[in-house]
Ligand binder design. Structure first.
Ligand code: MG
Length: 372
């Protein structure tokens, strides 16, 4: 049978092309299958990470845009002189106030962040109402051995907060009683800052287990008396034994005859759960004013994963009870969950999301969600 040359050429072409096309088609199918499998696997990994490591952790898409700083009223301009009415912190008009903010890490270990640029950045980008410089007392290089350097770091942040219009908690970051030194220090601070509505005195960060409430109470009475000689009205925050968790002891025997005193409770959500919220609820319901001057989502040691479920239970609880709260802390300790900064983050603020840790990103987003 004769075949016309043109037709034969086509047939020849087809004969050679067919196997190549078949091979290509099989490869294509393999490639498509591989792409589908890979994207499915990656979605599963993303889901597992979100569910396992960080439920409720915000991603950058959820971070709320906030008005520019010049379009906002600074917190102290908004609320003015604070005072305490019953268990509630109130503003100059007597209306309830919830302050939300950020605590610094120990000044003796993270001195690089004790400056005006960081305060300004926390106000502008994190929308803090309050900051809390933590003046270390006991470790080498802290207040007891280097009072002048410590005081310079503390006052740098206090002056910057006053200039920025945010509240500032002068935190005597001690774990033991040092009454004589505390009386002297707070006397000087009250004389210097007593007329500024910005300033709050936290006279004892965290008593430990070996100090009783009567001992802490006697100390508080002496330090408050020293403050009141110069400053009749600014807020004073008092700690309680066991790292500020024995608010039940305070409830049973609060300070008497004092004005504008609140009691600190510190929580680390992976350790301190519903039992501590119950204790706080009982105290607040009994009229004890509570201020959460330190908190975070990890374990009390500062390590371990953030427990976002418990952390959210705390923020919901504090909002419901109109309790003021700050996160801890502005520090860049490598591997520490509660540090809000990655190691080496700039000492002048301006931090990108990549320079924040998981807790830093979470807290910044939370503060911004309340920005006015
Ligand atoms: Mg005053």
């Amino acid at each position: 049978m004769s075949v016309r040359p043109r037709w034969r050429a086509r047939r020849e072409l087809w004969r050679f092309a067919m196997p190549a096309m078949k091979t290509f088609s099989i490869k294509l199918r393999f490639l498509l299958a591989a792409i589908v499998a890979a994207s499915g696997l990656s979605a599963c990994i993303r889901l597992a990470n979100r569910d396992g490591a960080a439920p409720g952790a915000p991603n950058s898409a959820e971070v709320k845009p906030i008005p520019p700083p010049e379009g906002r009223l600074a917190p102290v301009a908004r609320y003015g002189q604070l005072s305490v009415k019953g268990a509630q912190l109130v503003d100059a008009k007597g209306d309830p106030v919830v302050l939300r903010g950020q605590a610094f890490g120990w000044d003796n270990w993270w001195p690089q962040y004790y400056n005006a640029s960081v305060v300004q950045w926390l106000r502008d980008d994190w929308c803090v109402d309050a900051v809390r410089p933590a003046m270390g007392i006991e470790p080498g290089g802290a207040y007891l051995s280097s009072p002048d350097a410590s005081k310079r770091r503390m006052t740098a942040v206090v002056d910057a907060a006053i200039a920025a219009g945010v509240y500032v908690i002068i935190d005597w970051h001690a774990h033991k009683l040092h009454e004589k030194e505390a009386v002297e220090f707070f006397s000087e601070m009250a004389e210097r800052y007593g007329k500024q509505p910005h300033v709050i005195y936290e006279i004892y960060n965290e008593p430990e287990k070996d100090e009783t409430w009567p001992q802490v109470k006697a100390y508080a009475t002496a330090v408050i008396a020293a403050i009141r000689r110069h400053d009749p009205d600014n807020l004073v925050i008092v700690g309680s034994p066991e790292w500020d968790q024995r608010i039940d002891l305070v409830q049973a025997d609060p300070l008497q005859g004092q004005v504008n005193v609140m009691y600190s409770v510190h929580f680390y959500a992976a350790t301190h759960k519903q039992w501590l919220r119950d204790r706080v609820q009982a105290a607040v319901s009994a009229g004890i004013p509570v201020f959460v001057s330190e908190s975070s989502g990890a374990e009390a040691s500062g390590a371990g994963p953030n427990n976002f479920e418990e952390w959210k239970a705390w923020t919901d609880f504090m909002e419901k009870n109109r309790i003021s709260y700050l996160d801890y802390s502005v520090s860049d300790k490598a591997g520490e969950t509660i540090s809000v900064l990655q190691p080496g983050a700039s000492s002048s603020g301006g931090w990108s999301e990549a320079q924040l840790t998981e807790s830093g990103r979470y807290w910044r987003a939370l503060l911004r969600s309340h920005c006015q």
